[in-house]
Design a binder for this molecule. Structure first.
Ligand code: X90
Length: 277
């Protein structure tokens, strides 16, 4: 059975060695410019355009057709989306799955709402790859990923939540504190797939300590950690270091955020996806 894994570009993952993987882009809009997310998008240039503009900016999710095109040819499809509570990507993928299976009887599509984004999506994608490598069936892979998702989590530390507030992804009241100079807001992807604020920290050291405390409080015991940062490799490194003090052999990988997560996490922000026990 040929299988394909497709994620929307909020995963920040644009290629995956040794797996049939593809992404469908979200788009960032600023005045008359559109930035299609992908590996060649220049994040610094996008941020500069956003900074220079006083007009509202925004994003849009992949269409049903985008998803169907990405599925094409595969007998088994695993689609992983950004949280359906904040984006239409999941709804598009579900509609696409429906149309694809109607048009091609016998083909199967499993759509996973990550209830999260970025690095937590990558954990789920890796789980699918591991199952398929071990010859696990379509149905059992789906079950394994849904079970695994119960013990994967996402934390974020943001310097600004302007784009999230302006685009209605969190209320201004909840987000107020971020944006004050030197203060970072730490939060998590809630069980419903929304942003839940946890605390604020002043300075980098307190931020990484704050992230680490939250990981431990949520049951982290040395499992995999994926970190994505928006133009802030130093903060990602510091986060890795603090985890390694207690868990020297933990598998930790760092990557830059793509367009969508860069737009919402904004410059300096980081996202931490991790496993609990
Ligand atoms: O459909 C669209 O246009 C995309 C909308 C996406 C809105 C939210 C993106 C959040 C990106 C910010 C911090 C982590 C949030 C955790 C989410 C549950 C990253």
């Amino acid at each position: 059975m040929s299988y394909k894994i497709i994620a929307d570009s909020s995963s920040d993952l644009f290629a995956l060695d040794g797996a049939d993987y593809a992404f469908v882009p979200l788009t960032i809009h600023c005045e008359d410019k559109s930035f299609t997310d992908g590996p060649t998008l220049d994040i610094a240039a996008m941020n500069a355009a956003l900074k220079a503009s006083k007009k509202p900016s925004g994003t849009s999710c992949p269409s049903i057709g985008d998803w169907i095109e990405a599925f094409s040819g595969a007998e088994e499809v695993f689609a992983v989306t950004i949280t359906g509570s904040l984006s239409g990507s999941y709804a598009s993928a579900v509609a696409a799955a429906d149309q694809y299976c109607t048009a091609h009887p016998g083909r199967k599509v499993c759509v996973i709402d990550s209830l999260s984004t970025g690095p937590e999506m990558v954990l789920l994608i890796d789980k699918i790859v591991a199952c398929k490598r071990n010859g696990v069936s379509f149905e059992q892979t789906e079950q394994a990923v849904r079970d695994y998702a119960k013990r994967t989590h996402l934390l974020f530390a943001l310097q600004s939540m302007n784009n999230l507030v302006k685009n209605g992804r969190i209320s201004r009241a909840k987000a107020t504190i971020a944006g004050v100079l030197g203060i970072r807001a730490i939060g998590k992807a809630s069980e419903k797939g929304t942003l839940e604020m946890l605390k604020t920290c002043r300075g980098e050291n307190k931020t990484v300590a704050g992230l680490y405390e939250e990981m431990i409080a949520h049951g982290y015991t040395g499992g995999r950690v994926f970190i994505a940062h928006c133009l802030n490799p130093a903060l990602a490194d510091k986060t890795e270091q603090i985890i390694r003090k207690t868990f020297p052999n933990a598998e930790i990988a760092i990557r830059p955020t793509g367009g969508l997560c860069s737009y919402y996490a904004e410059e300096g922000g980081i996202l931490v996806g991790y496993e609990s026990n």
